[in-house]
Design a protein around this ligand. Sequence first.
Ligand code: ATP
Ligand code: MN
Length: 465
Amino acid sequence: MKDIRRKTVKDLLSSPEKYAGQEVDVKGWVRTRRGNKNVQFIALNDGSTINNLQIVLDLEKFSEESLKPVTTGSSIHVQGLLVESQGKGQSVEVQANELEIYGTADPAEYPLQKKGHSLEFLREIAHLRPRTNTFGAVLRIRHALAYAVHKFFNDKGFYYFHTPLITESDCEGAGAMFQVTTLPLNNIPLTETGEVDYSQDFFGGQAALTVSGQLEGELGATALGCIYTFGPTFRAENSNTPRHLSEFWMIEPEMAFYEIQDNMDLAEEFIKYCIAYALDNCKDDIQFLNDHFDKGLIERLNFVLSNDFVRLSYTDGVKILEESGQKFEFPVYWGVDLASEHERYLVEKHFKRPVILTDYPKEIKAFYMKMNDDGKTVRAMDVLFPQIGEIIGGSQREESYEKLRARMEELNMQDMPWYMDTRKFGSVPHSGFGLGFERLVLFVTGMQNIRDVIPFPRYPKNCTF
Ligand code: ATP
Ligand code: MN
């Protein structure tokens, strides 16, 4: 092989005029090989784009025997001339001069032979599914959204704040926790009264994987002003739904001096920014998903961008649901924690656009939310999305030391002196929210199951790969 700098398939296809007529060097995996006795065509993909590069092999130059190992899934290195394509379906192709085979993929064993495997089947081979068009598209979009998250907050002057994954606090009781321990499970040390003796555990107390970085995020915001977290979150709930994972990524901005209106404005601007970023930067991938899975995807994304979110109190929302005449699986009345079917009715049937629901009954929300003057509701805000239901949960936080303390006592909560110090020293009004990253990826890709928008999903009874 000659010493030519390698180009990605994306490089070559996105600026053909720059490379046409030149000798190029490409590497990738064979998607298909077909042809006749005179000429063979390879569709080459290297993950840089959903599109394949066509490699043309003249059988006067390459023996049929030497091409035998070049089957679907094998990896190759090609040098050749980039020329305008004579065939349909591509603008340029490579007329191969040199071919090197890196690795074969025995057709009798390689599972990704034909197109159109079901998503369920692909979940069983999650270690290989990134090689499919669908997962390539989803994972590139996921990357772009992650970048957009950082760009959005960085450009606004927010600081990326790293909160711990192992913690001794259970946040708001936001979810059941996975315990972290090095105690021998077959011989657990007990105290005199027969309880587990955590003083002998690794951290000297009962530790678990975090369900949210918010409480520590508040410590960051009351020092740096505006922060955001973006990291893994763990919930040990037995929720076998298409919207829940046991391990998911959450983005949690927390802002000093923001009140609930500012919080809502930020949430709406943030989601729209991410969607617009993906539309601008992942055109081919979104178009592919639109064409193959969800013909309404691009239209739905543009619709969300061009319409204001509805802002509505929980009380008014419940009234609409009660008067809807709709038969719900779960009953709806003031005080109930809304189910996904209720949220989706408001969004998809009634308003037909995203809704921010505010001022929930205090009983169904976390202890740290700021109490309204009515003494019954708190300054919570959930952002509800079509197809998804809740995509964001947030609130203005209670900044009064006395009120917060009283609420914690009412709920029989353990004291958290380190958290209470935010209210004790220089307390300020502040707000924040949590966006489930995979729910955003779900919405932007139009996929139906959250297990298909993260490379290696964790859910009950599944921790392989
Ligand atoms: P839900 O009612 O849908 O179970 P939640 O109210 O328990 O969610 P929060 O504690 O408010 O969720 O978490 C903030 C955000 O994190 C949610 O709005 C959602 O986008 C996301 N989220 C929560 N739980 C999960 C999960 N198990 N898997 C994926 N994302 C989640
Ligand atoms: Mn919530």
